[in-house]
Design a protein around this ligand. Structure first.
Ligand code: EAX
Length: 328
């Protein structure tokens, strides 16, 4: 029996339509996540891992659409957007965070942590975990501590071998009150600005220099606009994976756990990338023309901050600072 071809096509189309109507469409929610640095970075690998983990752990109920290089705003703007609900997620340094959660500022004190292992253990331990609970009352959920890294000084004027060489340099700083107070003690003229403006400011000479971890300096290609770097390691810069509380509260208990677990996987990728950047980044920057001072006497930089450390002891409680500094 010959069945005309167009009947076959119609029958197939009907079959497909029937099957589709029988399968309930997956209700999928897409969330937006924004970072200030490029996708090829220690934050980029983290949020891309996060996005994969969310889709897997929620069986596709949630998707995360990632934006990089400050496409949806700088770090401070992103945190404000989480609070008002116009952005769902961000990964940010603690730079602007004290403006929202003052308790976090203690972590920005220079020379607080001695190395990555201690910093990570402290943040993953009781001190860091307790601090994460301070975000909920500010319309934010801190899913996990991430990492930005130990910060180093760069400038376009001169090599910095001692704190005296910093005097008079106009340096971009994060919008962070602890950093700005400390850097003034070095004789630096601190110029706070959002990270998204830094490359242009350095290129135009609006500022002489800036300070950031190797991961950020390499991701932002600062070797194109900075001649000198000194491995001061003067501040350990934590990072955070933050979520809008209004969005987090809509999740089921299981999905809340999925977001928390996905954040943990993201931080593993984040820290692994930093370890790699720390191994290779300095040689890479030197090969691209930067003059790098590696073995500075950090005790001289710490000595220059002695009066400021006394101020920080009064502001945060010396016992609180020592509890972190001596954490093992
Ligand atoms: O979080 O603003 C900064 O210098 C930060 O280190 C950068 O945005 C990565």
């Amino acid at each position: 029996m010959h069945i005309p071809r167009h009947f076959c096509v119609l029958a197939m189309a009907a079959g497909v339509a029937l099957a589709a109507s029988a399968t309930p469409a997956l209700a999928q929610t897409t969330m937006k996540m924004n970072i200030s640095v490029s996708q090829n970075s220690h934050y980029g690998v983290a949020i891309d891992m996060f996005a994969r983990e969310i889709e897997k752990r929620t069986a596709g109920r949630y998707k995360v659409q990632n934006f990089y290089s400050g496409a949806l705003g700088a770090e401070r703007e992103s945190i404000e957007a989480l609070q008002v609900g116009t952005l769902d997620l961000t990964m940010t340094s603690t730079g602007p965070v004290p403006n929202f959660v003052p308790e976090v500022a203690i972590l920005d004190i220079p020379f607080l942590f001695k190395d990555y292992a201690q910093a990570r253990a402290t943040l993953d331990g009781p001190v860091g975990q307790e601090m994460l609970t301070k975000f909920q009352s500010k319309g934010l959920v801190a899913l996990a501590w991430g990492e930005n890294g130990f910060r180093h000084m760069t400038n376009s004027k001169r090599p910095v071998n001692s704190p005296d060489d910093l005097k008079g340099l106009k340096m971009r700083t994060m919008e962070n009150p602890v950093h700005m107070q400390a850097y003034k003690a070095f004789g630096i003229i601190p110029t706070p600005m959002a990270f998204t403006e830094v490359f242009t400011a350095l290129q135009q000479g609006t500022v002489d220099g800036q300070e950031n971890p190797v991961s950020v300096i390499t991701a932002a290609k600062f070797e194109q606009v900075q001649k000198y770097m000194t491995m001061t390691g003067h501040v350990y810069s934590p990072a955070l994976i933050l979520m809008s509380k209004s969005q987090f509260d809509k999740l089921s208990a299981a999905d809340k756990q999925a977001f928390l677990d996905a954040a943990k996987e993201a931080v593993k990728a984040n820290r692994a990338r930093i370890d790699e950047d720390e191994r290779k980044g300095v040689a890479d920057l030197r090969s691209k023309g930067m003059t790098i001072v590696e073995n500075v006497d950090k005790s001289k930089f710490q000595a220059a901050l002695a009066p400021t450390f006394i101020e920080f002891g009064k502001k945060f409680g010396q016992a609180n600072i020592d509890k972190i500094r001596n954490y093992k």
